[in-house]
Write a protein that binds this ligand. Structure first.
Ligand SMILES: *Cc1c(COP(=O)(O)O)cnc(C)c1O
Length: 476
């Protein structure tokens, strides 16, 4: 399996080469040259596999330059009870009316990003070790991504993480989660500013090509193909569990969406032949994607037009993974894609309304949106009806999914975080604070390790210079 760019300007490359890169050299995103196919006999054989075994089978279809035996070891190290301590790694939690949650948030940071990031940590270490290389991961976070990356990369040989976060802008829980890590290869830098300031510093340093290559800067953002591939696994897992009793053949999934990474993995699973009926895309008040699937017009917003909502991980203005779906929608034609993105840059939007009939008929996509009031009402209703407490992002999914329930078709809503992370909104919805999982109750009292810094690119640059491990230097 080789990878090409959505914009056509990259020679086919194996997985390990695209793993460590961000954007393709032509500004596009890496995609597999062909989508591997899975038939129904294979699906049936996969029913008895553990999550780690299933992950090795599916990832093996996308990764041909790592031996299958090694891949099995990597997935066994990523997906086990030490990392995902609940009784089931990815549980199904039934709600009412044909709807269930697909429990993707049992990992160390209580959000679905752990699912992909834990594999990324393993495969980074593996590939770097074999190449005798090191990597410095530079990122900015408003909470979820940064902590998932740090928990996945902590203690990994060859990897050092520099994570910028906005001083005083994260919840106490999120701060405790990130800053309590004592691993020498994790550097938390709290910047005097907001998330966008952190992001600007990262962009400036990563855009300085000399600095980038001198300090071997890399990223773990959501456009990394390995993250998408690892997310494909849980769509298969969810389908296998929801069809176990044999009454249902097709399953629908509803996905609380922001950067389009999670639901893109669902699209890939469906293209691989997994019998997915519908992919229901849920947004919050930031409805760029809901608007596209409703109208065919893609109209990214500016940072100023992006609302700060109570499902903050879905507060995006443009969806960085969306280009991969549009590539498929345009018949995988890089010329047409390039043209469209030129229009986007010139006019701030593009119009694919002539393809709208295909969105659902060919690709299964439908969409809906949810508001703060919907979120609160849904959290409360689900708790009253079932006793299950859901987080604000998952609530957006449950709210939108309700409009697409069909008789005989299980609806799995992806549980993208646990309520413990978002105490304030839970309190507003149900009048009490959410329970904190047992293994995290002592978190708030642990010592914290964080460097405070002015909002100053030069200061961050100097810090990386001083703390990035030196390779190939002469020793005396
Ligand atoms: C990242 C995140 C999302 C959005 O996922 P995308 O892959 O960006 O669409 C939704 N909910 C939570 C809790 C998240 O952390």
């Amino acid at each position: 399996m080789k990878y090409i760019s959505t914009r056509g300007g990259m020679l086919p490359q194996p997985f390990s080469d695209i793993l460590l890169e961000g954007l393709a050299p032509d500004g596009g995103l890496a995609v597999p040259q062909t989508i591997p196919q899975v038939d129904s006999a294979t699906l049936e054989q996969w029913r008895s596999l553990s999550y780690a075994e299933l992950a090795a089978e599916i990832l093996g279809l996308f990764i041909s330059d790592i031996p299958q035996e090694d891949l099995r070891q990597l997935t066994a190290a990523a997906y086990n009870q030490d990392v995902f301590p609940g009784p089931h790694m990815v549980p199904i939690k039934p709600l009412k009316g044909g709807m269930s949650l697909l429990g993707l948030s049992e990992g160390p940071t209580l959000a679905f990003k752990d699912m992909a990031m834990q594999f990324l940590g393993q495969v980074f270490e593996y590939v770097l070790e074999r190449r005798g290389a090191t990597l410095n991961i530079l990122g900015a976070t408003s909470g979820d991504t940064g902590s998932a990356a740090e928990y996945a990369m902590r203690g990994k040989r060859g990897v050092t993480v520099f994570m910028l976060s906005p001083q005083g802008r994260m919840s106490a829980f999120q701060r405790a989660q990130m800053y309590s890590l004592q691993d020498a290869n994790i550097h938390n830098i709290a910047v005097e500013g907001v998330f966008d300031d952190c992001q600007d510093i990262v962009k400036a340093l990563a855009g300085d090509l000399q600095f980038k290559s001198d300090y071997r800067l890399g990223a773990v953002n959501s456009i990394n193909w390995a993250r998408i591939a690892a997310q494909v696994v849980y769509y298969f897992w969810g389908w296998l569990r929801a069809t176990e009793q044999g009454q249902a053949k097709e399953v629908s999934f509803c996905v609380p969406s922001g950067n389009f990474g999670n639901i893109l993995a669902g699209h890939i699973a469906r293209e691989m032949g997994l019998p997915i009926r519908r992919l229901v895309l849920a947004t919050n008040e930031n409805n760029v994607l809901e608007e596209f699937f409703r109208t065919g017009i893609y109209r990214p917003r500016s940072a100023a037009q992006t609302h700060a909502t109570s499902s903050p991980s879905m507060d995006i203005s443009k969806a960085s993974n969306f280009e991969r779906f549009v590539f498929d929608l345009l018949g995988r034609d890089p010329e047409r894609l390039r043209e469209l993105w030129q229009n986007l840059e010139a006019q701030g939007q593009f119009d694919l309304s002539h393809l709208k009939p295909q969105f659902e008929a060919r690709y299964g996509f439908v969409s809906g949106t949810s508001s703060h009031a919907d979120r609160l009402a849904t959290i409360k209703k689900v708790q009253q009806e079932t006793g299950v407490l859901i987080d604000p992002h998952t609530a957006d999914g449950v709210k939108v999914a309700a409009d697409y329930i069909e008789e005989g078709v299980p609806m799995l809503v992806l549980e993208t975080a646990l309520p413990a992370k978002f105490a304030e909104t839970i309190l507003e919805a149900v009048g009490t604070e959410p329970p904190v999982p047992e293994h995290l109750t002592g978190l708030a009292s642990l010592p914290q390790r964080v460097v405070n810094m002015a909002c100053d690119e030069q200061e961050v640059r100097d810090y990386i210079r001083r703390h990035a491990p030196v390779v190939g230097s002469e020793t005396c």
